[in-house]
Design a protein around this ligand. Structure first.
Ligand code: NAP
Length: 519
């Protein structure tokens, strides 16, 4: 059955969706504990060194053992991708588009199994996980549509004489390194691969160490859809070894990275150390929401709670700071605390759980440090506990947390934490809210709640963010969708100024060739 659930869907899905997901869980549970190879040039490569992939909701459960790739594996994968490039880049764009759509349909057909796998591997609730795989499908659909609407990027240009004909042709670069994060283990790896592939590039994919299984299934799906062997290669393993080897490889033509600012900025410099090459970096955020005195507080509370705590705060677009007009503050804070307390934390495969676990112990340590600073320098309104008893005993569970009374320039108001932790601050005006919202090194997403059209207009004009929303109960700052909300960061949140899932994305994987013929 084809499924499409978005992150901003507010209505409950039907029973058939629940049944399908639960069957998916059953199927995935039957595949656990195996040893998995690398995928290079269409072949499985077993390696001696492996690492365990564990369930963050119950760390006693090992989902599988994955290959710790080496520098040699990376070199072989790059070579395989180079060889595949000579074939794939010559495939006519219309055929590539047909294949991209086949990939999308396969994602939709296998949505329940992918979602169940992401629940077990990344701790995603069923709705977040179904959103993730639906987004992957729509990245492929949207980029195929973009290619088609652009006629394969081959427009005629003007002529200087009557017997001269010129076309501007966008052509692929070659092999792209795709380095993906843990938090959207299918959608974001898929989105970057789709961007590269649709124009005729080939890929070596290095997924996050916490989520290799989802990446393996993704590459298997691409193979099943009919991509030529070597068009996408998978090398699992550590960032320091596999990731660094890819970044160092002189044969890699371009780099698409989604992850933290710290890693992204470092590897972009390394990538361009010996030769300038194109890169696309999508990085972190510290995403603000503004609530004015003219806000509908029902919408604001719902949108902010969903954006702060969806996927347990582990979205680059998570709302982590809120600037509230003094006149609305007391009521807003009380209602946000009440809503936060109503959210269930637990096994993400259960249907009424809103927050699953954090991805690993390091994230729990980040949460604990943030809570203790907030207790010292501000006030914890709700949450603040690590949950490790009863059904939470074996996973990385923490309570969703709302804090206030922090100084507006406090570290917790500036740095990305990537945990379910939102800081609320009182301000005197929209002007003051916008000043603080923009006083950030990041500029990914932002939201406003106001029923006053002038306030919304002022927000859109002045906010320094690549993705801006107004009055969105489905998500104050989260929930972008391919072909609907281009998703890219300004400032330290992104390098290119062009959003994924938007009309200017796939061109970044292509280089222009001007072709002039004199007849
Ligand atoms: P991360 O720690 O930066 O890791 C991202 C990827 O980089 C992983 O595959 C990682 O591998 C790899 N890596 C680490 N060190 C490397 C190195 N020296 N050379 C090459 N690759 C290296 O990020 P994460 O924790 O997975 O994801 C969360 C971050 O991603 C957050 O900051 C979030 O805001 C950001 N994010 C941004 C967007 C966006 O669209 N703007 C979307 C999603 C997430 P290992 O796992 O093996 O370390």
């Amino acid at each position: 059955m084809a499924v499409k659930i978005t992150y901003a869907s507010l209505s409950a899905p039907g029973e058939d969706v629940h049944r399908g997901y639960e069957q998916g869980l059953g199927k995935v549970r039957g595949t656990l504990g195996l040893v998995h190879p690398l995928l290079i040039g269409g072949k499985r490569r077993e390696v001696r060194r492996t690492f365990p992939d564990v369930n963050p909701a119950d760390t006693r459960q090992v989902l599988g053992h994955f290959a710790l790739g080496s520098r040699q594996d990376v070199a072989d994968a790059v070579l395989a991708a180079q060889q595949a490039f000579s074939e794939w880049s010559k495939v006519r764009w219309r055929e590539r588009v047909v294949l991209m759509r086949r990939v999308a349909d396969l994602f939709s057909e296998r949505a329940f199994e992918f979602a169940a796998l992401m629940t077990l591997e990344a701790g995603k609730t069923r709705f977040e996980a179904l959103g993730d795989v639906s987004e992957a499908a729509d990245f492929f659909r949207y980029y195929a549509q973009e290619m088609e609407e652009a006629g394969g990027f081959d427009p005629p240009l003007d002529r200087l004489s009557l017997n001269e004909e010129t076309r501007s042709v966008l052509r692929p670069y070659g092999v792209w390194a795709v380095i993906s994060p843990f938090n959207f283990p299918v959608a974001l790896a898929a989105g970057m691969c789709a961007g590269a592939l649709v124009g005729g590039n080939t890929v070596v994919l290095k997924p996050a160490t916490d989520t290799p299984f989802s990446a393996l299934r993704l590459v298997e799906l691409l193979e099943a859809a009919g991509l030529p062997p070597g068009a996408v290669n998978l090398v699992t393993g550590s960032g320091d070894e596999v990731g660094a080897a890819l970044v160092d490889s002189p044969e890699v033509a371009g780099l698409a990275f989604t992850g933290s600012r710290e890693v992204g900025e470092r590897i972009a410099r390394q990538f361009n150390a010996s030769r300038l090459r194109p890169y696309i970096l999508e990085m972190g955020g510290k995403n603000p929401a503004v609530v004015t005195a003219r806000a509908d507080l029902g919408k604001a509370v719902e949108g902010i709670a969903r954006s702060a705590f969806g996927a347990s705060g582990q979205k680059c677009s998570a709302c982590s700071r809120v600037y509230v007009d003094r006149r609305a503050y007391a009521e807003f804070a009380e209602r946000l605390v009440e809503r936060t307390k109503s959210l269930r934390v637990g096994d993400p495969s259960e249907r009424d759980v809103f927050l699953g676990p954090l991805i690993n112990g390091r994230a729990v340590a980040t949460y604990e440090a943030a809570v203790s600073e907030a207790r010292r320098d501000g006030r914890v309104l709700t949450g603040g506990e690590v949950l490790n008893e009863g059904t939470h005993a074996h996973g990385h569970f923490v309570a969703p947390t709302v804090v206030d009374r922090l100084p507006l320039d406090h570290r917790l108001m500036r740095e990305e934490l990537f945990v379910p932790f939102v800081a609320v601050a009182e301000v005197g005006s929209l002007e003051e809210a916008l000043t603080w919202a923009n006083r950030s090194e990041f500029g990914l997403t932002a939201g406003i709640f106001s029923e006053d059209a002038n306030e919304v207009r002022a927000f859109f004009e002045r906010i320094e963010a690549g993705v801006a929303y107004a009055n969105r109960p489905g998500g104050a700052t989260t929930g972008a969708w391919p072909g609907v909300n281009s998703f890219g960061g300004w400032k330290a949140s992104g390098s290119s100024g062009r959003g994924a899932g938007g009309p200017y994305y796939i061109q970044q994987f292509l280089r222009e060739q001007s072709q002039t013929r004199v007849t």
